[in-house]
Structures are given as C-alpha cells and as structure tokens.
Write a protein that binds this ligand. Structure first.
Ligand SMILES: NC(=O)c1ccc[n+]([C@@H]2O[C@H](COP(=O)([O-])OP(=O)(O)OC[C@H]3O[C@@H](n4cnc5c(N)ncnc54)[C@H](O)[C@@H]3O)[C@@H](O)[C@H]2O)c1
Length: 247
C-alpha cells in the first residue's frame, strides 16, 4: 500500500495494532501518542516513526501533524484511535468527568482532523478514520459520559464526511471491541462476581466468539482496508468491528 499515514494513539492497544498492520501492508506511518516510551517502541518494532503529542493541546497537535507530514513527504490518511474510558453512574457524573471525556474523545479528533486537513487536501484519495464506540450507538449503562463523548466524534465524522468530500477526503468512524489495556482497566474495577456476569453478558451478546476481539487480527485489518483505495466509495459510515455486539 503506497500511503502515508498518521496513527494517533499508536502507543497501545488498537492504535499499536494499526501501526503494525499499516506498516505490514507497505504504508509509511508516523505514530503520535502522549505515551512516549511505549509509542517509540511500537513504532521502532514496526520500522516506523513516532512523535510525542497530546491530542488536547492544539499547538502540539498542529506541530506533530505538520512534522509527521514533513517526515513522510505528504499525508494520505489520518487514523485517530486515541481515547480514554470514563466510567460511573450518570447520576454521579461530574463537570470534570464531562470536560475530560469531551476534551480527549471529542475535541481531540476535531484538532487532529483539522491539522491533517491542509495536507489531505493536497492528495486525490485521502481519508480520515476516527474511533468511537458501540457506546455511541447503543445504551452504555455506567458510562453515559463516555457514551456522550463517543457520540460527539460519531456526529463530527458524519458531518466532515459531507463538508470535506469536495476535497476528495473520505471520513468514517469505527466502533471497535478489542481486548486491550482499556478493557483491563474496565474489568479491574469489578469484583469476581461482576466479572463473571460481565463475561456471561459478552457470551450472550457477541455472536462471533462471545468475547472481545483481538486488536491485530480483528480490528487493524479493517482499518488498513478503510485507509486503502478499496474503500474509495465509503464515507460517513459507522463501521462496527465488534463481533456483532448489539445487533
Ligand atoms: N478496546 C475496546 O473494546 C474499545 C471499545 C470501544 C471503543 N474503543 C475505542 O477505541 C480506541 C482505542 O482503544 P484501546 O482499547 O486501544 O485503548 P488503549 O487505552 O489501549 O489505547 C489508547 C491510546 O490512546 C492514547 N491517548 C489517550 N489519551 C491521549 C491524549 N490526550 N493524547 C494522545 N494520546 C492519548 C493512550 O496513550 C493510548 O496509547 C479508543 O478511542 C477507545 O475509546 C475501544
């Protein structure tokens, strides 16, 4: 694949798998993340570059995206994977929870997408792939703030797909389910009984395998497809890669 790609959130989980998958497909990749050591290591192992970037800092985002495009001699695609999980009952959600979730999961993609735009406009077949969650499409008890922040990036992506189509830029949003450190964080807050009932819920709700997917085998190949020209007629879509959860 002859594409120059920025992966935002490439230090861990699904983002790291995307760095590996895109690199294996022949793309040039620059990985951005706020986690420097892990980000450097993932990129190094994939033979790619890394730049430090916190997606909530507008100046850092524009500097990192411009630098990454300069590193690669252009930009064909931005894959924004970075995000955080915020949990708790809706009734107890604080202003700080809301601000943090919206800042990273909502404003973060806005900033990276805006920073990538002038570079993507120069190409003929460019794309943006943002990451939301099934929580944006179906009820997510004990995670209303997270769900709202993922609703924001879902709605944002749908609209830029229309606004930026005139520049030949496609924009899709992915709703993944994958065993990563984010899921570990989610499970770590549960006692044994809660973990058992969560595992049972997954068994019942996920027709394909009854559990979370594998970032490398189940999620990243779909992202590599979305970045490639085989997806040239796909834009504004909700792409659920979750084993059929909630269907
Ligand atoms: N794992 C799942 O089952 C699942 C389900 C639904 C949605 N998602 C979404 O998929 C994406 C990837 O999730 P994951 O499971 O790989 O998570 P992860 O925690 O393993 O990785 C998230 C990455 O984002 C980075 N990041 C977080 N905040 C950042 C910031 N401010 N600036 C720069 N980088 C930042 C982290 O350093 C980390 O490398 C997230 O957007 C997540 O909300 C995951």
């Amino acid at each position: 694949m002859d594409k120059k790609v920025i992966v935002v959130g490439g230090a861990s989980g699904v983002g790291a798998a995307c760095v590996r998958s895109l690199a294996a497909a022949g793309a040039s990749v620059v990985s951005l993340d706020r986690s420097e050591e892990a980000g450097q290591e993932v990129a190094r192992q994939a033979g790619q570059r890394f730049r430090l970037c916190d997606v909530t800092d507008r100046d850092q985002v524009f500097t990192a995206v411009d630098g990454a495009a300069a590193d690669m001699g252009g930009l064909d695609a931005l894959v924004h994977v970075a995000g955080i999980l915020v949990q708790g009952p809706a009734e107890e959600a604080t202003d700080q929870d809301w601000a943090r979730a919206m800042d990273i999961n909502g404003r973060g993609p806005m900033l990276t997408n805006q920073a990538a735009l002038p570079h993507l406009k120069k190409g003929e077949r460019s794309s943006i792939t943002n990451f939301a969650s099934s929580a944006a499409l179906t009820a997510y008890p004990n995670g209303a703030v997270y769900a709202a922040s993922k609703g924001a990036v879902t709605a944002w992506t749908r609209t830029i797909a229309v606004e930026w189509a005139q520049f030949g830029i496609r924009a899709n949003v992915v709703h993944p389910s994958a065993a990563t450190s984010m899921v570990e964080q989610h499970l770590s807050k549960m006692n044994d009984e809660e973990k058992a009932s969560y595992a049972e819920m997954m068994r019942q709700k996920v027709p394909l395998g009854g559990k979370f997917g594998d970032p490398d085998r189940d999620i990243a190949p779909v992202i590599t497809f979305l970045v490639g020209d085989g997806a040239r007629f796909m834009t504004g879509q909700n792409v659920a890669v979750n084993g059929g959860y909630y269907i």
